[in-house]
Structure formats: structure tokens, C-alpha cells
Design a protein around this ligand. Sequence first.
Ligand code: ACO
Length: 471
Amino acid sequence: MGTVEDLKPIFSPKSIAVIGASRSPMKIGYEILQNILVQGYTGKVYPINPETPTIMGLKTQPSVLAVKDDIDLAIIAVPAEFVPKVMTECAKKKVKGVIVISSGFSETGEKGKLLEEEVLQIARKGGIRLIGPNTLGYKDPIDNLDAAFVFGMPRPGEIALISQSGALCIGMIYYANGEHIGLSRVISVGNKADVDDADLIDYLDNDPSTKVIAMYIEGIKDGKKFLDSARRCQKPIVAIKAGRTPAGSAAASTHTGSFSGSDAVYDSAFKQVHIQRAYDVIELFDFARALAYQPPTLSNKVGIISNGGGAGIMIADWCESIGLKVPNLSKKTVEALRPHLPSITTARNPLDVAGDARFYRYHATGSIMLSDPNVDALIMTCVHAGIARPREYVGAVIKLVEEKRNLKKPIVACWVGGPEVDEVVQELRVKNIPVYPSAMRAAKAVRCLYDEGRRLEILTKKRQPKDNSGN
Ligand code: ACO
């Protein structure tokens, strides 16, 4: 069986056993069972606990061996020293996949490493795929399955998130929820004893609900396997690789037992396989949102519209400093723009549409800029400016995005102006239009779409049959 088939019982289980389901609301085994039930999981659920006959109204079993039906997935939340015993029972029961939530393995030192190896060997011999140990589990907002502890689900969407850190994973879910960024699958991988990033890239590449794969990585054990999966992957991958410095690297080894490795090696490997590197959570989601909801750019030529000269200049600086171009507009574009501009402004790129710009000025200038053959991406900016009409700016951006889809030129929004503007631009987030409160973030998002365009170009060339005619 290939990885995708292997992982189906874990991610689309027909039945789940929770080993260590607890009577105490303070315990992780209680939370996992509760979360599965709260989300309305429709398969069979078996709480396993030898100490009590029922939990949350469900009959318990003392061990998986006492369950009559087949079990696709077992979620294990008993102290580390008992994990080999319950894993052996899972192997006997022919459970197909397990998630080991328990910590106390390779992240704790030599003794923990041996225990992790023992658990891995039981899994391998029993033909069981294993996520963890030392993991939060996973949350699936598309199929409404919460197989993790910690309450709360992501908004459903098209960005898959793989995280080596459990706590950060939850933080990222809540951040994405606040930003109206929807997620397809969220998987906490923990120590990656068996199922690793490469397996999950393969799995998510085949997942019709996922458009972009976002990752938080502390260390990768099998570099070749990872690079092969990333190279094969048809979807864009954005990744944070943490543990870049001696201090970060030392912290990663006690967090998930990871060996962070040389940052320069990771950097060049990511470049080789076109993984876009992000350096913090905000950047990870900035890039992922742009990649999921705007087309890649055909070239690095960017048009900039702003109702504040300063913002336009800063965006132009950022674009040029990260390898994008802010080209001169064609003569035809300049002539077409003039009638829409107040006499105080000049028809050029970056274009200052003046502080009092309303819907029609934004919409008309945006439309004209996008028709210019020298422009392959557009950054539309609103500065509070006192007299600005952010609501009309938002309306113009939404209309342009909807009308100009066929042009395949990305449109990214940018704003400056505190909570009053933030509240209004929320409408853009709700509509999945990338919107950033800084020149740097908007320019970097366009750069990321430019890099995605180059990745796709290379992929297409590789797929084209070789011309043997000598032409
Ligand atoms: N089979 C089934 N149930 C059992 C078994 C068994 N063999 N043995 C014990 N149980 C029951 C217990 O009776 C208990 O139920 P009860 O509360 O109703 O009596 C339940 O299982 C839990 O067992 P406890 O011994 O009470 O264990 P506890 O809940 O205190 O801790 C846990 C278990 C949560 C797995 C803990 O050992 C642990 O590892 N905690 C950390 C988890 C974690 O942080 N994971 C990583 C997060 S992601 C990251 O940060 C990278």
C-alpha cells in the first residue's frame, strides 16, 4: 500500500478507540473523547479505560482487545511507560493507525529515545502507521473531526497546516481564525517517529480539499525522502524552519527531540524544491493566503495604486528591494489614466490617486493598470488620510478581483490606518482577498506569487515531452 492509502484509516477513520479516555475533565484523555463527540463524528467511538464502565454515557472497554468491531484509528493518551503495552494490544487487534499523544519519548533524552524506538518497532511489526509520539493529534474542519486535545476548531478552508509544535499549532489555528483564513486539515506531527512531513506532503498533495501546504518544521530526519516528496508535490508549499540559531536549535532538541541541522543547508534545499520559506507565523499565513486565493504572476512587474504618496513609495522600495520591478506604464495607459486623476497627481507607477479617492477613481485606475501589458500584478493601497473612504476602496478592490479573474494577474490589498480601517478591510479577508497592513508584507506576498509562477513554469517544462526533431 502507498502512503496515501496507509494514512486513510488515520485521517478518514470508520472507527476510533480512545485509549486512556478519562473520567476526569482535567485530563487529556477526557478532552480527546469530548472533542470527537462535540464535532459530531459519525463513525464508531470506543473509549478504552479499565477503571470505569462508562464515560460520557458511552460504554468503555478495558482494552482494544475487548472491542468486537474493527478499529481504524487508536488515539493513545496514557503515560509513556504504558504505551508499549497498549501498542502491542493494538498490533494484536490489527488496528490500522495510531496517534500517540503521550510525551516522554525522544524529546527527553536517551531513555526516551529507546522507548520511542520500542514503540516504533511494535508499530512496524504490526503494520500500523503512527503519528507522534508527543503530538496534539489533528483537527479536520472539512470532515468535522476533532482528533486532538485542546478545544476549538479551525475555520474550514483550503490551506493545510502541518506543525511540529502542538502549542504553536493551536496558536496558529486561533490566529488564522481571527484573520478569516480557512484551513483544510491541521496535523500536529510531534516527534515524527513514523509518519513524517514527507508522508503528509504526499497525502495532502492528493487531498482535493487542500490547495496550499503550510508547515512549521523543527527538524527533518530523512532529508532525501522529504526533498523527493516536496519535488513531486503539485501544490505550493510554504514552510517555517525553526531552530535556525544555536539557541533555537538547542531548544528544538528538547521540545520534539529534533536535530535542527545547518540552516544554510535547509535554505538551499528548500530553494531547490521550490519551498517558499517564511520566518514567522504571520509571514506563513501571508504567503499561504496569497497562494491559495490569487493567481501566480506571469512576471515580476508590479503596478502600485495608493491614495497616499508615501505608502506608494514604500511599496515601490520594497518591491524593488526583493527582486520585483515597478515598471513605467505604457503611453496608452498614461493617457487612459489622466481623465480619472485630480490635477495634482501624475499618471505614473506608483500611482497616487490622492487622499480623497472614492470608489470610481480606485476602480477605474485599477482596471486601466491591469490592462497595461507592462503590469502583471497589482497592489491596491488605502491610507486613512482623514478624508479617505476605506469602505469604497474595499468595494473597488472586491469588484476588481471579481471582474478581472480571467486576466490571471494577482491583486493584493494593503492599508495603513489603525482599527477604523482594519474593521472595514475585514470584508476583504472574509472574501479571501489577501490584505496586509504594511508595504513590506504586501510586496513579499507578491514576490511569493512571482516565485510560484516560476515553480509552475519549471513543472510545466518538465512535463512537456522532449522534442526529438532537432528543432
Ligand atoms: N488502557 C486504557 N486506559 C488506561 C490504561 C490503559 N492501559 N491505563 C490507564 N488508563 C486510564 C487511567 O485510568 C485514566 O483514566 P481515569 O482518569 O478515568 O482514571 C486515563 O487512562 C489516563 O491515565 P493517567 O494515568 O491518569 O494519565 P494522565 O491523564 O495523567 O496522563 C498523558 C496521560 C496525558 C498521556 C500524559 O502522560 C502526557 O504525556 N501528557 C503530555 C501530553 C502532551 O503534551 N503531548 C504533546 C502535545 S504537542 C507538543 O507540545 C509537541
